[in-house]
Design a protein around this ligand. Structure first.
Ligand code: UDP
Length: 338
């Protein structure tokens, strides 16, 4: 049994990782400011510290209160579009908060760190599938902020011996197959939940962002990876760090791509409902195809996706949303917590 600090552990990916850790018997302390996270996403019996990562004194208290075997850092601003309207806020908050957590961890002698990173590091890639040797050239301030966070961890490694794993996610999707957790963003910007909401009548009709891409059906292709498979990748890399392994950087995706039209077709087939949609213009900044090479992650950690089929991803996402039409039902709670 080990004890981990999980920042952003009440959010979408973070909460699925917390559940996976708790289910295998680890102890978790969640640190979340509940701006995007949900109290109800934290398992009963798991400690939740409601705090802002800008508060270095509070962070020091948390590290003084518990001895952690490692840190998993999810808490971040994560909307690409928003980052292009307010780039300096993204760069400042995501970099500074990562530095604050890493600094508190180093000072407490906790030298294992897993960072939630992103495929946005690669911008418009020269080739697909995208492996870890691809050029790091973010096309958004969000991607840049995560690249800077990775680099800060590199320096903490060189100087302080912090060993870190950065997982560059492709498109996280799906939900806990046990139905306990799901995806509840405000605002929601991601394709699969938006398509499901449209099908269920819980949201507006979907707009397809462009049908003139150089792909077989003209719509963008993305690599949707099940959130449980992402969670599994986090546990594997943390276990390797705990076993003394070196710092690593991995791309985490299914390795196969699906177009926007294929997603719509899958949602319609799985739910038996129509997805009301219309064709709109391209969204600025969208590359035509983003697909991961997961070869390095597979070879070095033994990871393989357990839910590689888009049907399973959509089925679990739909099941949670159909059972929770209002999500976690705490809209407005974040404002109170702030
Ligand atoms: N997309 C779309 N309509 C939407 C939201 C997304 O057509 O309302 C497309 C988007 O252009 C991209 C894909 O769906 O090709 C996945 O977008 P998402 O925002 O979910 O993730 P991203 O790839 O931007 O991280």
């Amino acid at each position: 049994m080990a004890r981990f600090l999980v920042t952003g552990g009440a959010g979408y990916v973070g909460s699925h990782v917390v559940l996976a850790l708790v289910e295998r018997g680890d102890e978790v302390v969640v640190l979340d400011d509940l701006r995007q996270g949900h109290r109800a996403a934290v398992p009963a019996g798991t400690e939740l510290v409601v705090a802002d990562l800008a508060n270095r004194a509070r962070l020091a208290e948390v590290f003084a209160g518990w001895k952690f075997d490692g840190v998993l850092h999810f808490a971040a601003l994560s909307l690409v579009g928003e980052s292009m309207r307010d780039p300096l806020r993204y760069l400042s908050e995501n970099l500074n908060n990562t530095i604050n957590v890493a600094d508190a961890a180093v000072k407490a002698g906790c030298l294992r760190f897993v960072l939630s990173s992103t495929a946005a590091l690669f911008g418009f890639p020269e080739r697909v599938p995208i492996d870890e040797t691809a050029t790091l050239l973010p096309a958004s301030a969000y991607g840049e902020s995560k690249l800077m966070a990775e680099r800060a961890l590199d320096w903490a490694g060189r100087v302080h011996g912090l060993r870190s794993a950065a997982l560059r996610y492709f498109n996280a999707a799906g939900a806990d197959p046990g139905g306990r957790l799901g995806e509840d963003h405000d605002p929601e910007t991601h394709l699969i939940p938006l398509a499901i909401n449209a099908a269920l009548g819980l949201g507006p009709e979907l707009t397809v962002f462009g049908t003139d891409y150089p792909t077989p059906d003209g719509t963008c292709i993305r690599d949707y990876v099940h959130v449980m498979d992402l969670a599994d990748a986090h546990l594997r890399v943390m276990d390797k760090l705990c076993a003394g392994g070196p710092s690593v950087r991995y791309n985490v995706g299914n390795g196969s791509g699906y177009s926007v039209r294929q997603v719509i077709d899958t949602v319609e087939r799985v739910t038996g409902l129509k997805v009301p949609h219309r064709i709109g213009p391209r969204r600025p900044g969208d590359p035509a195809v983003l697909v991961a090479s997961n070869a390095r992650l597979r070879a070095e950690t033994g990871w393989a996706p357990r839910y590689p089929e888009l049907d399973d991803i959509v089925r679990t996402a739909h099941a949670w949303r159909a059972a929770h039409p209002q999500g976690y039902g705490d809209r407005g709670a974040a404002a109170q917590a702030a």
